[in-house]
Design a protein around this ligand. Structure first.
Ligand SMILES: [Ca+2]
Ligand SMILES: [Ca+2]
Ligand SMILES: [Ca+2]
Length: 272
């Protein structure tokens, strides 16, 4: 066991990664949870400079990934048992339909329901913002539950890559290897795109901000709580490289939504 003091600019993720020389995200996430538990840290995402940590000695047996890290996992077609057994929800179904059947008419995904609309109609929308936020978080949590193999409440790039393929295969049957590979590359970029605070995982807050930005990704730039196929496909095009100006604007919108929903600037958070 050795001790270290958290320096400014460090987070548990990079401390653990560097100390144990881990390159595989699942290994890092597992180790982060282990260290957090041992140090009675309830939220591994928020540790502060000056905090003393005890770290077990590195054993050198844990370097499962290669030096390419996440990239190495994209070639794999392993699927998570979790994603295979958990039924798809309305949102994941709508996503899968939008991607796989470009010609199919897909009903807008109603994220907010009548509670939201009635508040606008009968109550001048006094609670609409709060209702919207809760519904977006609910949808986000449903999505995360499908992918979250290590149960840390967020989707790591690796979980995203594995889970997306599993979900698609559950709906459409086995994918051809080249389609699976393309899908995995897309999933990886999507995960990085949504990860506003750059802690290498997408949590419910980030996903909720993403849903809001997607819901308002239309000509009028307004969110109505229903995500149309057009809004969805336009947003998915941002996962292509290189990042376009439009994609940058979209991320700006995610960031301001995050700030107004949760009162935190994701940029400031990532600098911890
Ligand atoms: Ca996770
Ligand atoms: Ca994140
Ligand atoms: Ca909409």
């Amino acid at each position: 066991m050795s001790n270290c003091t958290v320096q400014s600019g460090q987070n548990l993720w990079n401390i653990v990664r560097d100390r144990y020389k881990l390159t595989n995200n699942t290994d890092i996430a597992n180790k982060v949870n282990e260290i957090a538990k041992a140090n009675h840290i309830s939220n591994p995402n928020s540790i502060f400079a000056g905090k003393a940590l005890s770290l077990p000695e590195a054993t050198g047996t844990n370097t499962l990934g290669d030096s390419k890290g996440i990239a190495s996992s994209t070639g794999s077609t392993t699927t998570t048992e979790e994603a295979k057994t958990t039924p798809l929800n309305d949102w994941t179904n709508a996503c899968a339909d939008s991607v796989v059947n470009p010609n199919k008419e897909v009903k807008p995904f109603d994220m907010v329901g009548d509670e939201f609309r009635n508040d606008i109609k009968n109550n001048g929308g006094a609670k609409a913002g709060e209702i919207y936020k809760q519904k977006a978080l609910e949808t986000a949590k449903g999505e995360i539950a499908l992918f979250d193999e290590n149960k840390d409440g967020a989707i790591s790039p690796e979980e995203q890559v594995k889970g997306d393929v599993a979900a698609f295969e559950k709906k459409f049957g086995k994918l051809a290897p080249e389609d699976a590979k393309k899908g995995q590359e897309m999933s990886l970029r999507a995960n990085v795109f949504m990860d506003l605070n750059k802690d290498r995982k997408v949590d419910d807050k980030e996903y909720a901000a993403f849903l809001y930005a997607m819901d308002s990704n239309n000509k009028g730039d307004t969110a109505n709580g229903q995500i149309t196929k057009e809004e969805y496909t336009k947003t998915s095009s941002y996962f292509e490289q290189p990042l376009t100006n439009e994609a940058g604007t979209f991320r700006g919108k995610m960031r301001s939504c995050y700030k107004s929903f949760f009162g935190i600037d994701p940029k400031a958070q990532s600098a911890q």
